[in-house]
Design a protein around this ligand. Structure first.
Ligand code: FES
Ligand SMILES: [Fe+2]
Length: 390
């Protein structure tokens, strides 16, 4: 008989002695549901750059599992966030990811019309309904915060302000990405990955696979001075960054020449639980990288690119293409292979390779991330023995 895999203990403990999460954490529907409640409903979610909602009526829609949030710029130029639902009989208001609303947000069912600040302006036939006060109806607000020119929303009215969690990253962001306040969206791409969201997240936060996996990764590893690549946890945010090898004349198959770029470093700044903002050496764009879970073994991986308001160099253009169609897919292939392996009866958990130097190949950020997941699950459900403490 094949034994079912236990939902074994995982203890944060000493990172240098640690094992990875038991494999069931990556496909079990019960664990996923706990993560939804403990991590995703209360999390700060990336919406977009503030420039995307800078004119009255500009909107972005952010879906988090079965919840949907509308971020819309008011007539006063202020970006507000609302639950994307009509207050009459609960119809979803907007289905597009982004666009511009003319004057009012109109429900497609009975045409209730909301002002851009969320207040109900008009409900057809409301005169004939006794005691109905349109002035007392508004879209349900959602919290919104701007961090380093990007907008984040949170469904939990009691969540810790995002600035308290990740605000300390702002000076680094400003130094590495000086043009961030004036950037604009170039492109956004969504990939559906057949893997748990943690598989995708953990792949991004370790350099161990860089020079050991596919050919595109090896190209990247050749560009950066990998000995000086460092991965650093700061509580609910983290960085992994390093300088380039000196004397580079080409990157991503293009001449660097006099191309403009914000930094010649490879810079990644991660925010708990699922946002990364980054740039590649010699490029002038900032990328965002988000894992929105769709199910225990399905993740929406959303790439977006933002650029300063000046013409793109060939290096920048090629790097965005290379990220979307070369490097990204190489990682996605690894993610999906790992996910298939995690279901094997022949595997449960393996040793994390964390070295005492916390060097470029060390998996200490994976351990840090798993500790944050375990802590969130335990805080949400203190009786949860299987995700025990230190
Ligand atoms: S459900 Fe929106 S107007 Fe009726
Ligand atoms: Fe990778």
């Amino acid at each position: 008989m094949i034994p079912s895999k236990p939902l074994a203990h995982w203890r944060s403990g000493d990172p240098e002695q640690a094992h990875s999460f038991p494999s069931r954490y990556y496909y079990d529907a019960g664990v996923f549901q706990r993560e939804v409640e403990a991590i995703f409903y209360p999390a700060w979610h990336f919406a977009g750059h503030r420039s995307e909602v800078s004119e009255p009526g500009d909107f972005i829609k952010v879906d988090v599992l079965d919840q949907s949030v509308l971020v819309v710029c008011g007539e006063d130029g202020v970006a507000r966030a609302f639950h994307n639902v009509c207050q009459h009989r609960g119809t979803r208001l907007v289905e597009e990811r982004r666009g511009r609303i003319e004057h009012v947000i109109r429900c497609p069912y009975h045409a209730w019309a909301y002002r851009l600040d969320g207040r109900l302006r008009r409900a057809p036939r409301s005169d004939s309904v006794r005691g109905f006060d349109p002035g007392g109806v508004s879209l349900a607000p959602v919290r919104i915060e701007e961090v380093s020119s990007f907008l984040f929303v949170n469904l939990d009215p009691e969540a810790t302000p995002f600035r308290e969690d990740v605000g300390a990253s702002a000076p680094l962001m400003a130094r590495c990405f000086p043009d961030l306040p004036d950037m604009e969206l170039v492109e956004e791409l969504d990939y559906e990955v057949a893997a748990n969201w943690k598989v995708v997240a953990e792949n991004a936060i370790e350099g161990y696979h860089f020079s050991l996996s596919g050919p595109v990764h090896k190209d990247l590893a050749g560009l950066i001075r990998f000995d000086d690549y460092r991965l650093t946890p700061h509580g609910k945010w983290w960085t992994y960054m390093g300088p380039t090898e000196p004397g580079q004349s080409q990157a991503y198959g293009r001449e660097i020449g006099d191309a403009k770029y914000q930094t010649d470093w490879f810079v990644n700044v991660g925010f708990w639980p699922h946002t990364t903002l980054y740039t590649f050496p010699f490029t002038d764009f900032v990328g965002s990288f988000n894992q929105f879970p769709l199910g225990p073994e399905k993740t929406l991986l959303r790439f977006a690119y933002y650029r300063p308001q000046r013409p793109e160099s060939e290096v920048t253009k090629e790097c965005m293409r290379w990220m979307s169609y070369d490097l990204g897919p190489e990682d996605i292939d690894l993610n999906e292979r790992q996910q298939r392996g995690l279901r094997s009866f022949g595997y449960d958990s393996g040793r994390l390779f964390v070295d005492s130097e916390r060097g470029n190949n060390s998996e200490h950020l994976v351990h840090h991330f798993q500790s944050l997941v375990a802590e969130a699950l335990r805080a949400h459900q203190p009786s949860l023995e299987e995700v025990g403490g230190a």
